[in-house]
Design a protein around this ligand. Sequence first.
Ligand code: NAD
Length: 479
Amino acid sequence: MRHILNYINGKLYQAESKETLEVMNPSNGKMYSSAPSSDHRDVESAVEAARAAFPAWSALSIDARSRYMIKIANRIEEKLDELAIAESIDNGKPVKLARMVDIPRGAANFRFFGNAITQFASESHDMGTAINYTLRQPLGVVGCISPWNLPLYLFSWKIAPALAAGNTVVAKPSEVTPMTAFLLSEICIEVGLPAGVLNIVHGLGENVGAPLCSHPKVKAISFTGSTRVGGEIAKVAAPMFKKVSLEMGGKNPNIIFADCDYEKMLNTTIRSSFANQGQICLCGSRIYVERTIYDKFKTDFVAKAKALKVGDPLLPETNTGAIVSKMHYDKVLSYIEIAKEEGGQILCGGKALHPKGLEDGLYIGPTIIEGLPNDCRTNQEEIFGPVVTIMPFDTEEEALNLANGTDYGLSATLWTNNLTRAHRFAKELDAGIVWVNTWLMRDLRTPFGGVKSSGVGREGGFNVLKFFTEQKNVCIDFG
Ligand code: NAD
């Protein structure tokens, strides 16, 4: 059994409290590791270490910082198999998904921002007899808080740009999936990242995340997680005038017109509904289908969902693994009950599964529900599991109203071969990210984030480097 430790000032430590949290493998329901149950004292040590490291790290040449980032990226790639297996055991996701998506993306995040910082420029404004130039300076110590659904992928998506921009970081991974964050600390030690530049503190949200957000020496918080916790962080950060970037929940629509490329749409919709057990913030959970193809879609979609292989995440043939935690599993099942009470008909799935040999694992069959109105809880609240609803529509206007009819606005997917409709619709959708005839196609240079209750601010590309720097205008009169 590997015990997870905090990474503070370049070394690995237990929590000050000496207490630990159990870490579960959701594929079999058994505890397999432990993580420090840290508190404000560990946060304090980490912030102090980050403060002490800031002057030297921020003064390092861009090239030198970039080289550290690339070294970390290379080491993640060298350890692809070990990290993918660790992510799968910790999270319940199919190992093939971790190997193809999560871990390569962790490496890509460090590589991308290691390169991006070498291309990041500031502006100047010429007044004829005077010149203004804008410095972009790192903020100091920043906090990065991430969720459990894409553990290393989202953790590194925040840490990499923060470090590249010259900040030092105190990072808090989800207590539900701490393992790859711990393995990242070992990688940082292996590549010789200077002590205190990155600090990783494990523990519960209220014990570690909250003191990190309220710490007066922490200048900015980059958070990905639920809308509820994002709201709590905003309340703490606002009177302290901290910069915040909040990437929160979603209830993403998937709008399918009859003129789409049907096979491509069907195969992609299976992925966008059930990949990672539906636990990707960008999954489409409300599927609106033009009435003329609704019955055909329903039949084909249900058949494909039933064919998905649910079971041991470590087997290469598994499509759908385990739900991440008992608490989340109970939540997803409770929403299926709510859907039934609301009058929904379960077309497939809808219940817990107990694969042979993994009877205590947390499995839920891919679930498709029809017959619900748009304004019911099932269609308004984030379930974040392998559960989608399907609904027919007749007109473009109706589809748009249905798609925009929630408090969320993270992403939307549109299927049509009508070019003018695609542009018209993309412009009108309440979402930070719109995919047309594809899903989860990501270019790391593009702005990433949501509108309405899904987010404040944009990550990705130079947007996030701007977030992690402060502008200062310098005006020189030479007239
Ligand atoms: P969560 O909000 O419960 O927890 C996220 C992180 O915040 C965890 O590390 C947690 O320990 C910490 N935390 C909890 N309470 C805190 C507090 N008071 N102060 C500071 N930190 C605190 O979310 P989760 O259940 O881990 O993740 C699922 C959610 O994340 C879903 O809502 C999903 O949509 C969202 N998500 C959003 C995106 C996006 O890009 N918009 C991406 C992935 C996941």
